[in-house]
Design a protein around this ligand. Structure first.
Ligand SMILES: Cc1cc2nc3c(=O)[nH]c(=O)nc-3n(C[C@H](O)[C@H](O)[C@H](O)COP(=O)(O)O)c2cc1C
Ligand SMILES: CCCCC(=O)C(=O)O
Length: 356
């Protein structure tokens, strides 16, 4: 089974409106398409006669030493994909040694997500993705909730000052969760109504000072997700971020930005090794991971493929997704003459169809 097979199986099981919510992007879905296409524009230029019997692919990430190089990116509402929801994703990620980023928009409370991960692994790494709330005390309560639950890092999403215009959702009229589902982490917050899709407000006026404020609220490492401009990557590091995530939200926010992969080298240069750089958007095969790591990423995130695995087969489908990517990446590393991730260097990535 390939990731495409799992995608097809998921398409068969999901309510078409929910399928569109996951699959779709903003506007004309130009960025959505470009994220994947960007990988196809690159080729790997292997080195020979320097491999080894086995390879080391684990990476050290904030709050996640020795993690798999593939992180489960935060995706909302897993119980729409499968009744076991985020618990299944958590068990699968823990079993595969992958960081799970759960978040504000999970349909399972963060404490239960961490508990599920701990059913599978002794020391799983679960990060909490935060949409900073317009009201500071709500953000503070969410940060405390994540820390109390046992999350080992925070991920602050900064690419969503306003919510993207998702053409498919607008056409389908998908504006709220069906009855029986809620954004469970948004319950019982200071002054907030009970959970639901519309109860996760964006913060158009969010600033670097608010990031400083969040950094002061917690001792957890804080990663900044949704950086594309090298100057912002530099600012994130200067403000104390423990990591930078190059992402355009899977093409779901601004439909005029570059592919995430095309922003990676500039961000990696700006960060200059001070903190880990992660990227997500369009990673669909092991060779994509190799290209991203060669261009300066410490690890990659995957969004939709995890949801397809979950919808197709629950926990085992997510495991299959993560294991496939891991095995394909290890295989690619071997074919490129690598013993470890750092053996993939920028000179080993060339533009397809162009002389180098
Ligand atoms: C259905 C769905 C829900 C998402 N929900 C969130 C979210 O709640 N918070 C967030 O920061 N990113 C969210 N994202 C973006 C992902 O974290 C990630 O950036 C993106 O999916 C990566 O692209 P890929 O799907 O091509 O792997 C979501 C993406 C999808 C597809
Ligand atoms: C308010 C829910 C946010 C989910 C999200 O980020 C997405 O659909 O991309």
């Amino acid at each position: 089974m390939t990731l495409d097979d799992l995608h097809e199986a998921a398409r068969g099981t999901l309510d078409p409106v929910h399928y569109d919510y996951v699959a779709g992007g903003a506007g004309e879905e130009r960025v959505l398409a470009d994220n994947e296409r960007a990988f196809a524009r690159y080729a790997l230029l292997p080195r020979v006669l320097r491999g080894s019997e086995t390879r080391r692919t684990a990476v050290d990430l904030p709050g996640a030493p020795g993690a798999a190089p593939v992180v489960v990116a935060p995706t909302a509402f897993h119980r729409l994909a499968h009744p076991d929801g985020e618990r299944a994703t958590a068990r699968a990620a823990a079993a595969e040694g992958a960081v799970l980023v759960t978040g504000a928009a999970a349909t399972t409370a963060v404490a239960e997500v961490v508990a599920a991960a701990r059913e599978t692994a002794a020391d799983p790494a679960v990060w909490f993705q935060l949409y900073p709330h317009p009201r500071r005390e709500v953000t503070a309560a969410l940060v405390r909730r994540a820390a109390d639950a046992g999350c080992t890092a925070l991920v602050v999403t900064v690419d969503s000052p306003v919510f993207g215009r998702r053409t498919r959702d607008l056409r389908n009229g998908f504006t709220d969760l069906p009855p029986g589902h809620a954004a469970e982490n948004m319950r019982d917050l200071p002054g907030a109504p009970p959970g639901g899709l519309t109860d996760i407000p964006m913060s158009p006026a969010l600033s670097w000072r608010d990031l400083d404020d969040i950094l002061r609220m917690t001792t957890l490492p804080v990663l900044v997700k949704g950086v594309l401009h090298p100057a912002d990557a530099r600012l994130a590091v200067e403000h104390g971020a423990a990591g930078v995530l190059v992402s355009n939200h899977g093409g779901r926010q601004c439909d005029a930005v570059p592919a995430a992969l095309d922003c990676l080298p500039g961000v990696a240069d700006a960060v200059a090794g001070r903190v880990p750089v992660l990227m997500d958007g369009g990673v669909r095969r092991g060779a994509d991971i190799a290209v991203a790591l060669a261009l300066g990423a410490t690890a990659v995130g995957v969004g939709r493929p995890v949801v397809w695995g979950l919808a197709a087969e629950g926990e085992s489908g997510v495991r299959r997704t993560l294991a496939l990517l891991r095995d394909e990446y290890d295989h690619t590393l071997a074919l490129c003459g690598g013993r470890r991730n750092a053996d993939l260097t920028r000179d080993m990535v060339v533009r397809r169809g162009e002389p180098w």
